[in-house]
Write a protein that binds this ligand. Structure first.
Ligand SMILES: Cc1cc2nc3c(=O)[nH]c(=O)nc-3n(C[C@H](O)[C@H](O)[C@H](O)COP(=O)(O)OP(=O)(O)OC[C@H]3O[C@@H](n4cnc5c(N)ncnc54)[C@H](O)[C@@H]3O)c2cc1C
Length: 365
């Protein structure tokens, strides 16, 4: 996401860009696939109209815990689209913008040469040299550039379902957030008449379910009957969910080295329930490309980015901690019924990109 966005921005400004992507073709990625208003704006600027790819408009957010559920309209336009469809469109746009793409090739290491260039060594031993690197490996850390360990040891899953017709109709244009002990999950419709269920759980809670996703999914439905209702009669569409571990929520990179701009999840990792990670990936890519074109050194850019994102990131973390608290789980949906505005306000305040305008103005034109 971030790598494609930065490549497109730089190539459109006449720079020679090579994008190295380890997957030969786009595949399913663990993601709730919610596109916030800011993400939609950035995608539009990149030439991607998600509606033409079949994206489903999302108008409501619903919060379900225990036996209660509360609903509020979203305070911004939003949509949902599978990552496979979105990643395919972004790669196509990058090719159209003149980016050279090396697919199915993985960067093994990155180092600084004596002539102040960057050297990327690929899995087949070939070496690529460039004056500037944009590090956008998402959830995967490169040796020597690892982010800190995630103390909660989060595990995340994504599964597609074809819901029973009545449940699909009830879900309609809503993104539903569900709370249960040890984590939270979200279900929402995506293109093709199917639904994405994406959930996170702390490793120790998964271990209590025998470290088996099926057991934990069954437990989630016991703890959150709203989810059991949604999944009644649903047909799973993948043999098993796609999964990832090590998600350092709340991480913001402090600094960088000359010529190394870190973007997307390599710059910052916001708690998933905000549905803002894609927007941050696109925003940090746009800002990093602008900083590079304005000759702003990478360490200066990285420090400015951190400063601009810190407050919203901490607020999102604070809200995520609240979601994981048993008292909050019990009372939150009840409170939201009384004052549904809380959901709208939280959704707005946790938009990082919206508040973090930091790109040098010189390159905005
Ligand atoms: C459970 C969960 C749910 C989420 N739900 C949402 C949501 O609903 N909405 C939202 O906006 N955000 C969501 N996010 C966050 C969002 O998925 C990420 O923030 C976003 O994908 C980050 O984009 P990126 O470009 O940094 O990384 P990615 O999109 O992950 O891209 C990284 C790319 O780098 C490639 N790569 C990795 N290592 C190498 C290597 N060594 N060499 C070459 N290529 C490499 C990978 O193949 C991949 O294509 C969620 C995250 C989680 C964990």
């Amino acid at each position: 996401m971030a790598g494609c966005a930065a490549s497109i921005a730089l190539s459109r400004k006449g720079r020679s860009v090579t994008l190295i992507e380890r997957e030969p073709t786009p595949r399913h990625k663990v993601c709730g696939e919610f596109l916030s208003g800011e993400a939609l704006e950035d995608l539009h600027a990149l030439g991607i109209e998600v509606a033409s790819l079949g994206a489903v408009p999302i108008d409501f957010v619903r919060l379900a815990a225990a036996r209660r559920a509360a609903e509020a309209p979203l305070p911004f336009p939003a949509a949902s689209l599978t990552r496979k469809a979105l990643d395919t469109a972004l790669i196509a746009e990058a090719i159209a913008a003149g980016v050279r793409i090396e697919r199915g090739r993985s960067v093994q290491s990155l180092s600084r040469t004596t002539s102040n260039k960057w050297e990327a060594t690929l899995d087949d031993g070939t070496v690529w040299e460039a004056p500037t690197v944009f590090l956008a490996t998402g959830k995967h850390d490169l040796r020597g550039y690892a982010r800190p360990k995630d103390p909660q040891r989060w595990v995340a899953f994504k599964m597609y379902f074809r819901l029973a017709p009545a449940q699909a109709a009830e879900l309609a244009r809503a993104s539903e957030l569900m709370l249960y002990p040890g984590g939270y999950g979200g279900i929402q419709p995506v293109e093709g008449g199917i639904a994405n269920l994406c959930w996170v759980v702390q490793q120790r809670y998964l271990a209590r379910a025998g470290s088996r996703w099926e057991n934990f999914l069954a437990k989630m439905q016991l703890d959150c009957p709203h989810l059991a209702m949604r999944l009644a009669g649903a047909e799973p569409l993948l043999a098993k969910p796609v999964a990832i571990t090590h998600i350092p929520y709340g991480y913001i990179r402090r600094t960088s080295e000359d010529g190394l701009y870190c973007i997307g999840d390599q710059a910052a990792v916001i708690p998933s329930f905000t549905g803002d990670g894609i927007s941050i990936a696109l925003h940090t890519a746009r800002c990093a490309a602008a900083a590079y074109l304005a000759a702003e050194p990478a360490p200066v850019f990285q420090a400015k980015l951190r400063k601009a994102m810190l407050a919203q990131m901490r607020l999102a973390e604070f809200a995520a901690d609240g979601l994981n608290n048993s008292l909050a789980r019990a009372v939150l949906p009840f409170c939201l019924r009384v004052w549904p505005g809380v959901m709208r306000v939280t959704a707005k305040l946790t938009r990082v990109a919206h508040n973090a305008a930091l790109a040098p103005h010189a390159v905005a034109s």
